[in-house]
Design a protein around this ligand. Structure first.
Ligand SMILES: Cc1cc2nc3c(=O)[nH]c(=O)nc-3n(C[C@H](O)[C@H](O)[C@H](O)COP(=O)(O)OP(=O)(O)OC[C@H]3O[C@@H](n4cnc5c(N)ncnc54)[C@H](O)[C@@H]3O)c2cc1C
Length: 569
């Protein structure tokens, strides 16, 4: 059985950054990814990465904007680390070869993004994620990192609440293998496909969140799901916030710049939750067209659009049949990101080393990137802070997992029985009589239900209905059957395994959302329209109990220097 001191599940930015760090520290590291690493969703990030690199900016200002953006649900100690360590991480990315856009004087340029008091988002045209990921990949190839590409992790192996490795299937052959490790970092990305539509890629299916949850770790603030203000109606594809950052306007059907009404100072550049709500109000009150409002870039001119937003030009042409040089493009809020995730400390540990048992976790299990919740985004993430989260906390989890691996012994694994368990699971799915339910139908039933009830605005009735639909899909899950029972590249089979992950996570989102009886950040309730700091300035945490049922609890938010204030933009 393959054995590595540090094993990283996920080949996106968080996984790559963690691998880099652990390798630099002399560890035997390997990375497992269900797709070729540079195809990870990180490559789709367009707009940029935040860091206070300019002389007239400060990390404290970045931290304050992030705390305010989070609607005071972010842990302030973690936010201080994120923002104070950001500039050095940007410089080290630059030294690796990331060609950030420059100012006339040759310094790293920054564009405006929502919810930030100054221009702070460093960028590479509208392809920032792609460039970061490829540069990091080159560095990892150079260093000879061991990569298991196109291996699908099916389960974690945990003995006495200590991680021992994982079991995975080689997608091109169907072979099942056990991977042993001292520490294991989950860097599996978001939950996109739990919602339909979403801006996220087809492979973004909540695997890591579900694996950690089943293994005994804690999921935190999962109700905090972000809808991005500018997505395309045809397929949910994103138009970067960088478009508004460069000066694009939002217009309603009457041609009015409606954000002046909702956020008089920041207008289009208020934070995402605020803009998505404003758009939804305009559409509900009859000032939309066919469920959309408009993004107008015409006044930016051809030069700017073609140099800094050329991908947006192409996406609008291909998916909305619109030439943005000549006409506004229809857009609507759509699912984009999850602030919630696997609860970790600032070194990526899923377990609580304070000795106070504030939350439940698994020793040796780490998480980083979108699947984790440190928590720096709280109730609402600022654009550009997610790439930063993957870089800073990816690196820190590389360090944390190394420290842990050095301090611990290998855990014994009964390899044969683990492999048999995974093989039996697949045999059972293949053995179901043909003509049963289709995965694709159940997936879209879940996705639409989530988008109906737990989106930009929420209320008790809608959320309960969504949760019921999710549970009804789960009840029917065992009736799914497959036509393809082959071993080679059986993506039908993967789709079933992914749906199982997503159903667990969808349920936790629903439970947390119903119980948070206030409005905060992305969680905007029509039945509880105000933020309620007295009762709900706390994190929602969910674990599986002894009977395998979700159990909800709360833990305090860490405050350092910023008291909650009324949030206006
Ligand atoms: C369209 C779009 C644009 C965005 N733009 C920006 C932006 O401009 N700025 C910003 O800050 N943020 C942006 N974001 C958010 C940001 O890109 C993501 O949050 C971040 O890149 C996630 O990185 P990650 O490393 O956590 O996960 P990913 O990049 O999603 O990588 C996940 C990895 O896990 C692997 N994996 C998952 N499950 C398994 C399994 N079961 N077995 C094996 N491997 C598995 C996958 O193969 C993949 O390699 C954007 C997101 C989207 C969708």
């Amino acid at each position: 059985m393959p054995q590595h001191q540090v094993l990283i599940v996920g080949g996106g930015l968080a996984g790559m950054r963690a691998a880099q760090k652990a390798q630099e520290l002399g560890m035997d590291v390997a990375m497992i990814s269900k797709i070729f690493p540079t195809r990870s969703h990180s490559a789709a990030a367009q707009g940029g990465v935040q860091a206070a690199v300019s002389e007239d900016d400060s990390w404290e200002s970045h931290a304050y904007d992030t705390v305010k953006g989070s609607d005071y649900l972010g842990d302030q100690d973690a936010i201080e680390i994120l923002c104070s360590e950001a500039p050095d991480d940007i410089y080290s990315l630059e030294r690796m070869g990331v060609v950030f856009n420059r100012t006339e004087e040759g310094k790293i340029d920054a564009r405006a993004f929502g919810g930030t008091s100054v221009k702070r988002t460093c960028y590479v045209a509208d392809q920032t994620g792609q460039v970061l990921l490829h540069v990091m990949w080159e560095q990892l190839i150079k260093s000879g990192l061991k990569v298991y590409s196109e291996w699908f992790v099916m389960d974690l192996i945990v003995e006495d609440n200590k991680v021992a490795g994982c079991v995975a299937m080689e997608i091109p052959t169907g072979k099942i293998e056990v991977f042993r490790s001292k520490s294991l970092i989950l860097a599996t990305g978001g939950i996109g496909q739990v919602y339909s539509p979403t801006t996220n890629g087809l492979v973004v299916t909540a695997d890591g969140q579900a694996l950690a949850y089943k293994a005994g770790a804690t999921l935190m603030d999962m109700e905090m799901v972000q809808h991005h203000p500018t997505t395309m109606q045809a397929n949910g594809v994103l138009i970067t916030e960088g478009a508004r950052g460069e000066g694009a306007y939002l217009l309603n059907s009457k041609g009015e710049r409606f954000m002046e009404k909702y956020a008089p100072n920041m207008k289009e550049l208020a934070s995402r939750d605020v803009v998505s709500r404003a758009e939804t109000m305009e559409i509900r009150e009859g000032r939309g067209v066919d469920g959309c409002v408009f993004l107008d870039l015409r006044h930016l001119g051809r030069d700017l659009i073609m140099t800094k937003l050329s991908q947006i030009y192409e996406l609008s042409r291909d998916y909305a049949n619109t030439n943005i040089l000549e006409a506004p493009v229809p857009i609507q809020p759509g699912h984009h990101y999850i602030m919630g995730g696997i609860k970790t400390d600032v070194d990526g540990r899923t377990w609580d080393v304070s000795g106070q048992n504030r939350w439940q976790g698994v020793e040796g299990l780490f998480a980083a990137g979108e699947c984790a919740n440190v928590s720096v985004h709280g109730g609402n993430r600022l654009g550009g802070n997610s790439l930063l989260d993957t870089i800073v906390f990816g690196r820190r989890s590389g360090q944390g997992s190394t420290d842990y691996a050095k301090s611990t012994d290998w855990v014994n694994i009964d390899e044969n029985s683990v492999i048999r368990g995974a093989e039996d699971k697949i045999k059972e799915i293949f053995a179901r009589p043909s003509g049963g339910l289709r995965t694709a139908n159940l997936r879209s039933e879940m996705g639409s239900a989530m988008n109906d009830g737990i989106a930009v605005f929420r209320n008790e009735e809608g959320m309960k209905k969504t949760l019921e639909s999710v549970r009804s899909v789960r009840d029917r899950f065992p009736k799914i059957s497959l036509d393809n029972k082959g071993k080679i590249f059986n993506t039908d089979l993967l789709s079933v395994l992914e749906l199982e992950f997503m159903l667990d996570v969808a349920e936790v989102i629903g439970i947390g959302a119903i119980e948070r009886k206030e409005s905060r950040g992305a969680h905007a309730r029509e039945d509880y329209p105000d933020r309620n700091d007295e009762e709900y300035l706390k994190h929602t945490v969910v674990n599986l109990d002894e009977n395998g049922e979700p159990k909800l609890n709360y833990i305090p938010v860490t405050m350092t220097q910023w008291e909650p204030q009324v949030r206006t933009y």
